[in-house]
Design a protein around this ligand. Structure first.
Ligand code: HXC
Length: 257
């Protein structure tokens, strides 16, 4: 499929989506979100894909929702169209998805990164929720996911002042999983995704689902959910292969089923 606002490629078992509106610092307009949704639909259906990376350019992962597109919106229009709800596709994606963030991840860009399972940052990354400076507030999970990731103190600081935080502060605060050098950044993020994609896909997907449940439920329910999925894993071919490989002192050859 030909896309206009993103680049899509497959590297081994990794699907890579590169946001590609360089003149607008990858501002997230409705065309781009529709294309990301379509690329994710294709990757989810493709048995050859075990993990996905969403990344941007060296200068910007994404500088936010497209302000020029939003400027003339009205409340009845946003309400009836349920504006922003279409972004949900990323958080509903069932395979692991890594945000590879270099440069700016602001507003909706930061929110898009937070919909991913983990954020890997280049040392050039800058995160922020500057919506307040536009007379609005975050609307795609910023007040919720950022608060869960970094706690109330820093979330309030970032959201009420609109200041940016660099990669080191973001990692210290718990938003970022790892910081990597900007040089060779995308290849290094794809290598992390390839490592995950080489493992048992059912195990990886169940582990992802179970971690996600921690944000949705009580500890008791979460532990029961985890235990059921853990028990179910003994029905997979990959569990037999993984444990046999350990005993036989050889690398596991997962069949992803
Ligand atoms: C539309 C944007 C944009 C955006 C940048 N551009 N961010 N266009 N929407 N969010 C455009 C600029 O208008 C400009 O185009 C070009 O990209 C380059 O940007 P500059 O500002 O010239 O670059 P620079 O001076 O390097 O500054 C970079 C920046 C700044 C600090 C990131 O662009 C900036 O502050 N952008 C807005 C960040 C922001 O407020 N994000 C939150 C958006 S609201 P032209 O054609 O003029 O050269 C949001 C709401 C989410 O995300 C709610 C739920 C979805």
């Amino acid at each position: 499929m030909a896309y206009e606002t993103i680049l899509v490629e497959t590297r081994g078992r990794v699907g890579v989506v590169t946001l590609n509106r360089p003149k607008a610092l990858n501002a997230l307009n409705s065309a781009l979100i529709a294309e990301v949704t379509s690329a994710l639909d294709a990757f989810e259906a493709d048995e050859g894909i075990g993990a996905v990376v969403i990344t941007g350019s060296e200068k910007a992962f994404a500088a936010g929702a497209d302000i020029k597109e939003m400027a003339s919106l009205t409340f009845p229009g946003t309400y009836t169209a349920d504006f922003i709800s279409s972004w949900d596709r990323v958080s509903r994606f069932r395979k692991p998805v890594i945000a590879g963030v270099a440069g700016f991840a602001l507003g909706g860009g930061c929110e898009l990164a937070m919909m991913c399972d983990l954020i890997v940052a280049a040392d050039t990354a800058k995160f922020g929720q500057p919506e307040i400076k536009l007379g609005i507030m975050p609307g795609a999970g910023g007040t919720q996911r950022l608060t869960r990731a970094v706690g109330k103190a820093k979330a309030m600081d970032l959201i009420l002042t609109g200041r940016l935080m660099d990669a080191v502060e973001a990692e210290r605060a718990g938003l970022v999983a790892r910081i990597l050098p900007a040089e060779g950044f995308v290849d290094a993020v794809v290598a992390i995704a390839a490592e995950i994609a080489g493992l048992s896909l059912p195990a990886v997907m169940m582990a992802k689902e179970s971690v996600g449940r921690a944000f949705e439920t009580t500890l008791g329910e979460g532990l029961r959910f985890e235990r059921r999925l853990f028990q179910a894993m003994f029905a997979t071919e990959d569990q037999k292969e993984g444990m046999a490989a350990f005993v036989e002192k050889r690398p596991a050859a997962f069949r992803h089923r």
